[in-house]
Design a protein around this ligand. Structure first.
Ligand SMILES: Cc1cc2nc3c(=O)[nH]c(=O)nc-3n(C[C@H](O)[C@H](O)[C@H](O)COP(=O)(O)OP(=O)(O)OC[C@H]3O[C@@H](n4cnc5c(N)ncnc54)[C@H](O)[C@@H]3O)c2cc1C
Ligand SMILES: *[C@@H]1O[C@H](CO)[C@@H](O)[C@H](O)[C@H]1NC(C)=O
Ligand SMILES: *[C@@H]1O[C@H](CO)[C@@H](O)[C@H](O)[C@H]1NC(C)=O
Ligand SMILES: *[C@@H]1O[C@H](CO)[C@@H](O)[C@H](O)[C@H]1NC(C)=O
Ligand SMILES: *[C@@H]1O[C@H](CO)[C@@H](O)[C@H](O)[C@H]1NC(C)=O
Ligand SMILES: *[C@@H]1O[C@H](CO)[C@@H](O)[C@H](O)[C@H]1NC(C)=O
Length: 500
């Protein structure tokens, strides 16, 4: 049989067009969006999609937006716990003064910003290695700010005596990394739309930090091993439940979260997600877990645990895919990643000074950090509130659940105990591998691919903002592709990417 090369070519082009149109049909109505997850990531995608389409040069509009949440409430890893009648942050708690999206959300939503007690006063810190406190700061309950200032100065001197110039090198490193991160707030003219996490990190000069461990990075920068084993280990164990072998980027982000000026939202950080959802004209489906997501002729069909079936032009995954039971058709491929579980145990009662080889309760530091050793069964114990001399509320973080017996050893009095098992953040490694932001080359997006860089409320919002721009830019270039030839599609895309 003879084949006509021309008809073969026509056939090829036809198949190409067909596959283009089946992967992204030109919607006659504004494209609809389905978002899985109502945390800061999912709610931010909705917010930025609305904001960036109210007036844009390419007249891209977005139709209905649905958010699916398997829980009965929004916020995800932003949640509060109520113990003995008082409410505290149970998950994401601390924001940095330069977390500009979160600051903007607070302002937009008229939420009250507060400084946690730990940052307004001089919190005492002790570094526990299972046998003894290796380092302790001085502390005072004095109400006189001059006295507190003296103590804080004395602590700086004490820290300097132990860790030396390494402390300065550490803060330079953190400042430098933070400075690079601020590029993600630049205006559209100078900030491209990123199609992958790698591209996003390389552009800001942060990618190399994901290729080595925090320990390697810090040793290279000339920090003393003592500082790394003690103070820095304490910080990575508190913030990520992991050692200094996490990637340099996640590690530096966690160091930035231990500085001054930290804040949170009065009444709970989850209100950022609630407010953004309330303001963005969303159809919110609570108690609806998405079980399957299939691409049917270019439309995504999402089926939920309660028997619902929904179709959308665009689908956004705003949750880590590592522990969810979600079936994709066709299947998608993301690098294997394990989540670090953090067991948060809240206790109203009183610590046992004997456990720490101390005589009085008042000798116990308000924040107990720990070194990397199997002799210590917890990562940290922080005092959330002192009700009176021997009546406090504590937050304990650990990598394993704490047994009743163990808690009875650590605490002298325990009037109330609440336990939360968080699938908290990725287990960080170096070099880090990243999942794609676009999972299927069409309109299936993955906000939490960025979590391998670092996991914070703000980084979720930063990734969500880029994903919103990416959706708009790809919607607009795809609809143009039907009226122009393929060559100019690329030009359009380039142009759109810099415009949005
Ligand atoms: C103990 C702890 C302490 C932390 N401390 C801080 C901190 O101090 N500062 C900071 O900035 N960050 C902190 N973090 C990290 C921060 O909380 C997270 O990075 C951030 O909240 C993640 O938001 P997200 O929207 O990306 O994901 P999530 O908040 O996890 O949202 C995902 C949502 O999707 C829902 N979902 C999942 N699967 C489905 C499905 N199939 N169908 C429907 N819904 C689904 C989940 O129920 C969840 O509500 C902390 C985290 C933990 C656990
Ligand atoms: C967008 O819409 C406005 C008003 O309808 C129109 O004048 C303009 O040409 C449109 N722009 C594009 C790029 O289609
Ligand atoms: C913001 O909140 C304050 C107090 O909570 C209230 O007095 C004020 O009217 C609110 N402003 C807006 C714009 O909602
Ligand atoms: C949603 O926003 C409106 C104002 O835009 C406000 O009146 C209402 O209380 C908000 N609802 C929730 C649940 O926050
Ligand atoms: C989703 O639900 C629809 C309607 O009930 C059904 O036709 C379809 O087969 C379901 N898809 C999957 C993948 O279960
Ligand atoms: C806690 O329990 C102890 C005894 O179990 C009791 O004496 C004490 O009053 C309780 N404290 C509070 C604040 O409930």
């Amino acid at each position: 049989m003879q084949t006509d090369p021309r008809s073969a070519a026509t056939c090829l082009i036809f198949t190409l067009l067909l596959s283009l149109s089946s992967s992204s049909p030109l919607p006659s109505t504004p494209p609809t969006v389905c978002i899985i997850g109502s945390g800061i990531g999912g709610s931010s995608v909705a917010h930025f999609l609305r904001r960036y389409t109210t007036s844009n040069p390419h007249n891209v509009t977005v139709g209905q937006i649905r958010i699916f949440e398997r829980n009965g409430h929004v916020g995800g890893r932003m949640a509060t716990v109520t113990i003995a009648g008082e409410t505290f942050e149970a998950g994401g708690s601390i924001l940095h003064p330069k977390n500009y999206h979160a600051l903007e959300f607070a302002k937009l939503l008229n939420l009250t910003v507060k400084n946690p007690p730990s940052s307004s006063k001089c919190l005492s810190l002790g570094i526990w290695n299972g046998d003894k406190f290796l380092f302790e700061t001085f502390w005072t309950n004095s109400g006189y700010s001059i006295v507190r200032r003296f103590f804080s100065l004395a602590n700086s001197v004490k820290m300097f005596l132990r860790y030396g110039r390494s402390l300065l090198r550490m803060s330079h490193l953190v400042e430098d990394t933070l400075g690079r991160f601020l590029k993600y707030y630049e205006a559209f003219e100078s900030r491209p739309v990123f199609e992958s996490v790698e591209e996003m990190l390389k552009w800001a000069g942060l990618y190399d930090l994901t290729a080595e461990t925090l320990e390697e990075e810090l040793l290279r920068a000339g920090l003393s091993p003592l500082l790394i084993q003690e103070l820095i280990t304490v910080i990575t164990r508190i913030n990520y439940g992991q050692s200094v072998s996490i990637s340099g980027l996640a590690g530096t982000v966690s160091l930035a979260g231990s500085g001054g000026g930290l804040w949170s939202i009065e009444g709970g950080n989850w209100q950022m997600a609630a407010g953004l959802i309330n303001q963005s004209n969303i159809v919110l489906h609570l108690n609806e877990e998405i079980k399957s997501l299939s691409n049917n002729a270019g439309l995504y069909e999402l089926n939920s645990s309660s028997g619902g079936s929904y179709t959308c032009h665009v689908a956004v995954i705003a949750t880590p895919l590592d522990e969810v039971n979600l079936k994709f058709t066709p299947s998608v491929s993301v690098p294997k990643r394990k989540l670090q579980h953090t067991f948060a145990t809240f206790v109203r009662g009183c610590l046992n000074p004997d456990f720490f080889g101390l005589r009085r309760v008042s000798d116990i530091p308000e924040l107990i950090g720990t070194t990397e050793t199997s002799r210590v069964p917890f990562s940290s114990i922080g005092t959330l509130k002192q009700h009176n001399e021997e009546d406090m509320t504590y937050k304990v973080f650990s990598r394993q659940p704490l047994s009743e017996d163990l808690l009875d050893e650590i605490f002298r009095v325990r009037n109330e105990t609440i336990r939360i098992n968080w699938a908290a953040y990725p287990q960080y490694h170096a070099p880090e591998r990243f999942a794609p932001l676009v999972l299927d080359q069409s309109h299936l997006y993955y906000v939490n691919a960025f979590e391998n860089a670092a996991s914070t409320m703000e980084t979720s919002a930063v990734s969500a903002e880029n994903v919103a721009r990416l959706i708009i830019s790809r919607l607009s270039s795809h609809s143009l592709s039907f009226t122009s030839d393929l060559k100019s599609l690329d030009n359009h895309k380039q142009q759109l990417h810099s415009d949005l």
